[in-house]
Each structure stands twice: as C-alpha cells, then as structure tokens.
Design a protein around this ligand. Structure first.
Ligand code: B12
Length: 255
C-alpha cells in the first residue's frame, strides 16, 4: 500500500526518522533518490543573510537530490504529460510536482528549489555538505561518497517539526587522499569560459576528472540537456532505447 494511504501513518503523528522514511517511500520511483536531514539552525548559521530561511533553529530541513536514475524516469513522465512538454524547464517542473506529491499533508514551511533565483535562492551545496550528503569539492562541485559529482541537488524542504538530526555532521572532505585532479580541469574550463553552446564539454571534464563515482556518470542525453540546454534529447525518436527504458523504480537512500 502506498505510504500516503496508510491510515496508521498520519503525518501529524510522525517525528524525525519516521517522517524521513515516509518522504523517502513517497519519493520512490520518482528518481529523487537522495535525501538527508539537517537542522535549520546549522544551515542559517553557515550562510549569509540573503540566503537565510525564516525558520527556527530546531526545525527540520531535508536536502533533496538525485543521481542518474532520475533522467529515464523523468523522460517517461515527460512523454505522457503535455503540461511538462509546454514548459521551458520541464525537469524543474517534474521535480516540483514529484516533491509536492511526496509532501502532501505534511507540515511544510517552505520548499526552496535549487533553481529558484534570488531572493528565494538557497545555498543548496552548503546545505548538502552540512547534512553529510555531499562534500564541497575544490572545484565547487558537490561530491557524494558513492556517486561522486554525478548528482544534482534539487531542493531544501523546511518542515514545521523539531529535528532529530542533531548537530551538523558535515560530509567528509572529498579531496582527502586524492590528488585534486578536478583543479586542473577547472583551470582549463575557466580558460575557455562558460558558454553552454561551445565550451560545455570542458565543464563536463571537471566532473570526469573526479575519481569518485565514475560508474554513475550521467548519460550523454542527460549531459546535453543539463550542460548545453539541448532540448532535442527530449524528442522520442532521438532517444536511444537505453535512455528511454529507465532503470526501474528507485528507492531514495538517506544521504
Ligand atoms: C547560479 C548557478 C550557476 C551559474 C553560476 C555558477 C557560479 N559559478 O557561481 C551558472 C549558470 C553559470 C551555472 C553553471 C553551472 N552549474 Co550551477 N548553479 C547555480 C545555482 C543555481 C546557484 C549557485 C549559488 O549562487 N549559490 C549560492 C552561493 C552563495 O553559494 P556558495 O556556496 O557560496 O557558492 C557555490 C556556487 O556558487 C559555486 N561557485 C561559487 N563560485 C564559483 C566559482 C567557480 C569557478 C565555479 C565553477 C563555481 C563557483 O560553488 C560554490 C560552492 O563551492 C546552484 C544551485 C544552488 N541553489 O546552489 C547551481 C549548481 C551549483 N550548478 C550546478 C551545475 C552542475 C552547473 C554546471 C556544471 C552545469 C549546469 N549547467 O547545470 C554549470 C558549470 C559552469 C559554471 N561556470 O559553474 C549544480 C552542481 C551539482 C554538483 N554535483 O555539484 C548545482 C548545485 C545545481 C543542481 N541542480 O545540482 N550555475
């Protein structure tokens, strides 16, 4: 039975870890497979004033992200949902819809999408680091202990509930025991500059330089969409069977 229909799991009775489990179960199959709790105070103390969120220090925040499993699941929904086909940022809309369903009935104070511009901008990479999900690398990428830099960070959800996350437990620095090959790649990318049409491969090379998570690299279509803004990869006839098939429902893991 889906968690949302189980009467024994009414949201208002949930605390801490059971809420995390509920959200994680509801997100299963959406591709949003990374979830980590954080106390609001830890985040607000770490960022500058314009990036702070108006919530008490002990309120529970959840960092939501994804690995490469999201792409094929998103494609499937994109194909059948005309509202997504009409929007300029279908992946961001898909994430918003999936999150709204997963948070239905929960005491949500705010959901800040990583793509939202100021004044609603959230320092999602700092949040992911503080939550122990992914370390901030010397090349400014968030690096997960298993998936390496092959993750995206999607939202910070703030709930009107006390946290059991305890003090911040930052991610172990990803560069310990590594020769920081990302720095040379970053230097090369900075030399050619950021131009989504011309130089995007140089920016992908920063991720490729990281020794962690290589087998979790994004597909070519996902890379083209994210880096070059290439929307032709969403057209069914251009998508390879491997891209469209998906990797089955994914269960979010904590951190
Ligand atoms: C604005 C933005 C951009 C801008 C400017 C980025 C920049 N250089 O500051 C542009 C459009 C250029 C951009 C491009 C890219 N971005 Co961007 N971007 C963001 C966004 C929305 C906000 C960043 C921000 O202002 N943070 C607030 C400040 C205060 O936080 P901060 O901790 O002080 O600064 C962090 C970043 O600003 C960045 N940063 C700061 N200075 C510099 C300098 C350089 C040289 C680089 C490379 C990064 C960088 O790293 C800091 C952490 O170390 C974030 C999502 C988010 N909400 O955080 C995604 C985000 C950082 N971007 C991301 C990605 C993947 C990219 C690209 C690599 C690919 C792409 N198109 O998506 C390119 C790379 C090119 C580049 N020059 O960085 C991912 C990173 C994922 C990961 N595993 O780390 C994020 C987290 C979005 C996501 N959904 O996951 N991005």
């Amino acid at each position: 039975m889906p968690a949302s229909h189980d009467p024994s799991r009414r949201p208002q009775q949930l605390v801490g870890s059971s809420l995390l489990r509920l959200v994680s179960e509801r997100l299963a199959g959406t591709g949003l497979d990374l979830l980590a709790p954080l106390a609001m105070g830890a985040y607000n103390r770490a960022v500058s004033e314009p990036l702070r969120l108006p919530a008490g220090d002990d309120r529970l925040a959840l960092v939501v992200g994804n690995t490469r499993v999201l792409w094929p699941l998103f494609l499937k929904v994109f194909r059948r949902q005309s509202d997504l086909q009409r929007t300029s940022d279908p992946l961001d809309r898909y994430v918003e819809q999936a999150l709204a369903r997963a948070l239905d009935g929960l005491p949500v104070l705010d959901v800040r999408g990583a793509h939202e511009p100021p004044p609603r901008r959230v320092a999602i990479q700092r949040a992911a680091d503080l939550a122990g999900m992914a370390s901030l690398s010397p090349a400014h990428l968030s690096v997960h202990p298993i998936y390496g830099p092959w993750i995206a960070l999607r939202a910070l959800v703030v709930l009107d509930m006390p946290t059991s996350a305890g003090p911040a437990w930052p991610a172990a620095p990803c560069w310990e025991g590594c020769g920081r090959p990302c720095l040379e790649a970053l230097q090369k990318a900075l030399e050619v500059g950021w131009d989504p049409k011309r130089t995007w491969r140089a920016w992908v090379a920063i991720r490729d330089a990281c020794p962690r998570g290589r087998r979790h690299r994004y597909s070519e279509a996902a890379l083209r969409y994210h880096y070059a803004g290439d929307r032709t990869v969403l057209e069914p006839e251009l998508v390879s069977p491997e891209e469209g098939r998906g990797s089955g429902p994914s269960s979010p893991g904590v951190r």
